[in-house]
Design a protein around this ligand. Structure first.
Ligand code: PMV
Length: 351
């Protein structure tokens, strides 16, 4: 049995604009998806999923994903989750050169689904790592990132940037511009996340921005301006000392840029009432800055605040369902086999 985990992420800057070749800076956060894989004798795939902001479910099917039976859980979120797991299985089979490899897969995640925190990327990254290691053939994180991107690209009909998958595989802060993906040596940042309990429809939101951008020159320039904000933010991060906590000056400047970025996303029509409410609650609580993260429409905002004020304010904000602090996750995808074995031992001892 092999167990891998991979982190979710917030966009410090640059979602949507990244689709049009502008740079983006996502940051991995300490909220993880954990995937356990056991190879099977046959070519079946059995998936058990828990904690995916939906009721747990189990599905078993043989061969390729097309042969998947109907499951008695009619939620589109299950379908979406299964699509990503299928695509991860295909990538693992391809990497292993074993098109008929069968797996028992268990997915646990503490990242809300479809809420801008990169839950699907984390599941795909951890799944590819666990499935390839299960056959004694580990891949390096960059190859996992690349394969995870291909999996997401397929499931999302080509509407995917490399941002989520690269960030989840590598950890820390990263910079993505088209196919060019790099890690940034950034100091720890005091992220606070607010979640409205909902999820945005990424495809529709991306299509909406595309339409605006094609119709109006000023909308196209708004997208380019997001790129300018990202470049400025990236300069601030790379100039900072990665071994020190972020200084007050740095947080003030990053916060100002986050506010600017949110305003531009709002203008591009991808914010929502609940996201704006949470952004304003964070600002009124003296966060350095706040913006939506991910596709928008609903889901999460991210704020910078080293104190407890923003988290408390968000908890009392109408429309905010959950608020939590999220440290920058230095580690991307990682093996959890030892931790899992230790936990089993501890549980055994307790009995
Ligand atoms: O909501 P998320 O975390 O899947 O982010 C979507 C970000 C977009 O820039 C809108 C699309 C993409 O693939 O980069």
């Amino acid at each position: 049995m092999t167990v891998s985990s991979a982190p979710g992420k917030v966009y410090l800057f640059g979602e949507h604009a990244v689709v049009y070749g502008e740079p983006a800076v996502p940051c991995a956060i300490e909220r993880r998806a954990t995937v356990t894989v056991e190879p099977r004798e046959d070519d079946h795939v059995r998936v058990e999923a828990e904690d995916l902001s939906i009721d747990g479910f189990t599905v078993e099917y043989s061969g390729d994903a097309g042969g998947r039976p109907d499951v008695d859980v009619p939620t589109p979120l299950v379908d979406a989750a299964m699509g990503y797991i299928d695509a991860a299985v295909d990538q693992a089979r391809d990497a292993l050169g074993m098109p008929d490899a069968g797996f028992d897969i268990t997915v646990e995640s503490d990242i809300p689904l479809g809420a801008g925190l990169g839950s699907s990327a984390a599941v795909v990254v951890a799944g590819i790592d666990a499935a390839t290691r299960a056959h004694g053939d580990p891949l390096d994180p960059r190859e996992i990132a690349d394969r995870a991107f291909r999996a997401e690209y397929e499931v999302q009909d080509g509407q995917a940037s490399r941002a989520d998958t690269f960030c989840s595989a590598m950890g820390g802060a990263v910079r993505v511009e088209g196919d060019d993906c790099r890690t940034i040596d950034a100091p720890n940042l005091p992220f606070v996340v607010g979640f409205d309990g909902g999820a945005g429809e990424t495809g529709e939101l991306v299509a909406g921005v595309r339409a605006l951008r094609e119709r109006y020159g000023f909308a196209a320039r708004t997208v380019e301006t997001v790129g300018d904000v990202v470049r400025e933010g990236e300069r601030l991060l790379t100039d900072a000392d990665p071994d020190e906590d972020a200084s007050d000056d740095l947080l003030s400047e990053l916060g100002r840029l986050m506010n600017f970025n949110h305003g531009l996303l709002e203008a591009l029509g991808v914010s929502s009432r609940s996201l704006d409410n949470m952004v304003w609650a964070a600002r009124m609580a003296d966060a350095y800055g706040a913006k939506l993260t991910g596709a928008g429409g609903g889901g999460c905002i991210v704020a910078l605040d080293p104190t407890a004020e923003t988290e408390t304010a968000l908890r009392f904000t109408p429309g905010c369902e959950d608020a939590f602090r999220a440290e920058l996750a230095d580690e991307g995808v990682r093996a959890e086999d030892d931790r899992a074995a230790r936990r089993r031992e501890d549980e055994g001892e307790e009995r």
